[in-house]
Design a protein. Structure first.
Length: 560
C-alpha cells in the first residue's frame, strides 16, 4: 500500500488530502491512477503544464501511475503533428508515461457497446432535430426544456437507427444520439445531452471505420473508467459536468472513477484559449505555435524558458479551488532564479560604438580570464580576447551626464569587465553629429590579475574586442499583449490589445567569439543586458539570439 505524506512538515493541497484519505481507507486497494487527456488539436500551453504537472506529480508522490490519453474524438480538428508536439512537450518537462499512451479512439468499440446498453435500458434515443431545432426547445434556468419529438421512440427503433448511423446510412448532422435524463434539471448538462454525432471524416488513427464520433462528456468519463483512473483531475469549468460523469458510471455500472476539479491557470497579459492562439497563428500575428511570444511550451522553450523554471512556477502557484489570475511577473521571476544559477555569462553589445584605447600598443592583443558564472564555481573560467579597439554599448557613454552617472563620460573612469580601468579622453563625430569613436586611455596596472592592488571605480562596462567580434542578430521579445486582461473586455476584441513592440529585431550586434560554439537553445546571460538563448534559426554564418527575460522586472516602469 502507498504511504501517505501527511507526516511531512509541508501542508497538503486539497487534492492531496483527498488522495491521502482514499489511501487510508483502502479505497481501490490504496491504488492511485491519474491521467492527462489533451486534445490533439493544438499545442500545449503553460496552463496545460500546470495540469499535467499535477497529474504526473500526484501519481509520482503516491507511488501511482499517470496515463497519457489523447482525446481524439473530433477528426476534423485533429492531426498527428499535434500528437507529436504534445509528446515532445511532456517529455521536455521531465515526465514519462512508459507504455501507458492511450487514445479515446482505442475505446470506440467499447463506447459504442456502452451506448447500446443505454439505449437498451431506455436511457438514450436517436434524435433527428437539427442544432437550431434543439436550441429552440431549450428552456431557462427556471423553465424545463421541451421534449424532442423523437424522445419517446421505442428501444427497438432507437437500436435500429443507431446501428444504421454507425453503418453510414445517414448524412452529417442529420441525427444524434442523446441521453434520456431530466429535461427539468437545474443542471443544463443533464437535459438530454448529445452523446454521438455523425461525421463522415477520416480519423488520424481509425481511418474510415467510424462515421459517428462521441462527444467529450461521453468519451471522457468512460475512458477514465476503462483505464481504472481513480482520481480524474479536471479544471473548474467541468464542475457542472460532474453530475453527468457520475450518472454514466451509475447507469453503466462501470468502475467508479472520481472527478475532482481545481482552478485552471490564468496568467496576466496572456491568452490561454487554444482557439484564439490558433487565430494568432493563422492571421500572422505571430510566426507559429513556437513563436517565443506565445504561452505554448514550444514557444517558451524557444524563448529560453527551462523545464525547471516552469515546474517551480506551477509549484509556487499551487492548487486552489477558486479561479484567480497569476501575475506573469512570477513566471519571469522563476526563470531568472533558474538561469541565474545555470546560465554562463558572456559579453555582447547590442548597440555598438567603437572605443579606441590610444595608449594600448597597435597590433597587440591578449587573452583575459573571466568567470563563466559567479553563482557556480564548477562552471569554471574562459579566456576572452582583448585588443586596442573594442565595442561598447552606445548607451554606456554620455557627453553631458547627470549627477550620479557611473558609466563613461568625458574625463571619467570606468572599469571594463574582467579587464582594465579606462579614462575617456575625446570623441569623434560624423557630419551629422553622431559619435563614431570614443578615445580613451587605460591603466595597465589596473587589471585584477596585476601584481598591483586593483583600484576601485564605481562603473563597470561590458565590451567586445572589435577584431574578434562576431556579428549577430538579437530578437528582443516583450509581452504579446499590453493589457493585463486582454480577453476580459466584453466590448473589445482581444486583438485590440496586441503589443506593437512585442518584437524588436537588432541586426548589427557584436558578440564575443566563444559564442560560435554555442548550441541551439543554450542559455546565456549577456552581461548587464539580460538572459538570452540561441534560436534554432542560428547558423555559423548568422548567429541569432532571443531575449528570454531581463535581469529584473522593468515592465511596470515601461508602461507608466
Amino acid at each position: 500500500m502507498n504511504v501517505p505524506k501527511s507526516d511531512e512538515a509541508r501542508s497538503l493541497n486539497f487534492i492531496e488530502q483527498i488522495v491521502e484519505e482514499d489511501i487510508k481507507t483502502g479505497k481501490h486497494g490504496g491504488r492511485v491512477q491519474t491521467r492527462f487527456p489533451p486534445e490533439p488539436n493544438g499545442y500545449l500551453h503553460i496552463g496545460h503544464a500546470k495540469a499535467f504537472c499535477l497529474d504526473f506529480g500526484i501519481a509520482s508522490e503516491y507511488g501511482g501511475k499517470c496515463n497519457l490519453r489523447f482525446d481524439d474524438t473530433n477528426p476534423i480538428t485533429e492531426d498527428t503533428s499535434y500528437v507529436d508536439a504534445i509528446r515532445k512537450d511532456i517529455k521536455w518537462m521531465g515526465f514519462e508515461w512508459d507504455d501507458r499512451e492511450f487514445y479515446a479512439s482505442d475505446y470506440f468499440d467499447q463506447l459504442y457497446e456502452f451506448a447500446l446498453k443505454l439505449i437498451g435500458k431506455g436511457k438514450a434515443y436517436v434524435c433527428q432535430l437539427s442544432a437550431e431545432e434543439v436550441n429552440a426547445t431549450r428552456g431557462t434556468d427556471f423553465e424545463p426544456d421541451r421534449p424532442s419529438a423523437y424522445r419517446d421512440r421505442s428501444i427497438e427503433e432507437n437500436l435500429d437507427l443507431f446501428v444504421r448511423m454507425k453503418n453510414g446510412e445517414f448524412a452529417n448532422d442529420s441525427m444524434t444520439l442523446r441521453a434520456k435524463i431530466d429535461l427539468a434539471s437545474t443542471n443544463m448538462h443533464m437535459r438530454d445531452p448529445i452523446l454521438y454525432r455523425i461525421r463522415h471524416a477520416h480519423h488520424h488513427r481509425t481511418g474510415d471505420k467510424w462515421c459517428i464520433y462521441p462527444m467529450y462528456d461521453w468519451a471522457h468519463g468512460q475512458s477514465d473508467s476503462i483505464e481504472g483512473v481513480t482520481h480524474s483531475l479536471c479544471t473548474l469549468e467541468f464542475v457542472p459536468h460532474r453530475q453527468l460523469y457520475e450518472w454514466f458510471i451509475q447507469e453503466l455500472e462501470i468502475f467508479p472513477s472520481r472527478q475532482i476539479e481545481f482552478a485552471r491557470l490564468n496568467l496576466s497579459y496572456t491568452i490561454m484559449s487554444k482557439r484564439k492562439l490558433l487565430q494568432l497563428v493563422n492571421e500572422g500575428h505571430v510566426t507559429g505555435w513556437d513563436d517565443p511570444r506565445m504561452p505554448t511550451l514550444h514557444g517558451l522553450r524557444r524563448r529560453g524558458y527551462t523545464p525547471e523554471s516552469i515546474r517551480a512556477f506551477t509549484a509556487l502557484v499551487g492548487i486552489a479551488k477558486r479561479e484567480n489570475v497569476i501575475d506573469v511577473a512570477l513566471l519571469e521571476f522563476c526563470i531568472r532564479e533558474d538561469l541565474n544559477k545555470s546560465a554562463h555569462r558572456v559579453m555582447a553589445v547590442l548597440n555598438p560604438v567603437k572605443l579606441i584605447i590610444d595608449n594600448y600598443p597597435v597590433g597587440q592583443s591578449e587573452l583575459l580570464e573571466t568567470v563563466n558564472n559567479p553563482e557556480d564555481e564548477s562552471a569554471g573560467t574562459r579566456q576572452i580576447p582583448f585588443s586596442r579597439e573594442l565595442y561598447i554599448e552606445r548607451d554606456d557613454f554620455m557627453e553631458d551626464p547627470p549627477k550620479k552617472y557611473f558609466r563613461l563620460s568625458p574625463g571619467s573612469e570606468v572599469r571594463l569587465k574582467s579587464a582594465y580601468i579606462i579614462k575617456c579622453e575625446s570623441v569623434i563625430k560624423d557630419a551629422d553629429g553622431q559619435i563614431t569613436e570614443i578615445h580613451v586611455t587605460y591603466d595597465p596596472s589596473s587589471h585584477s590579475g596585476s601584481a598591483v592592488a586593483p583600484r576601485k571605480v564605481k562603473g563597470t562596462l561590458h565590451w567586445v574586442s572589435a577584431p574578434d567580434a562576431l556579428d549577430a542578430e538579437v530578437r528582443l521579445y516583450d509581452r504579446l499583449f499590453n493589457d493585463p486582461d486582454p480577453d476580459g473586455h466584453k466590448d473589445q476584441n482581444f486583438m485590440e490589445f496586441l503589443n506593437p513592440d512585442s518584437l524588436t529585431v537588432i541586426t548589427n550586434c557584436k558578440v564575443e567569439p566563444s559564442l560560435m560554439a554555442a548550441n541551439h537553445l543554450d542559455h546565456l546571460q549577456f552581461t548587464r543586458l539580460g538572459y538570452f538563448n540561441v534560436d534554432p534559426d542560428s547558423k555559423p554564418e548568422k548567429l541569432v539570439f532571443n531575449k528570454t527575460v531581463g535581469l529584473k522586472d522593468t515592465w511596470a516602469r515601461q508602461i507608466t
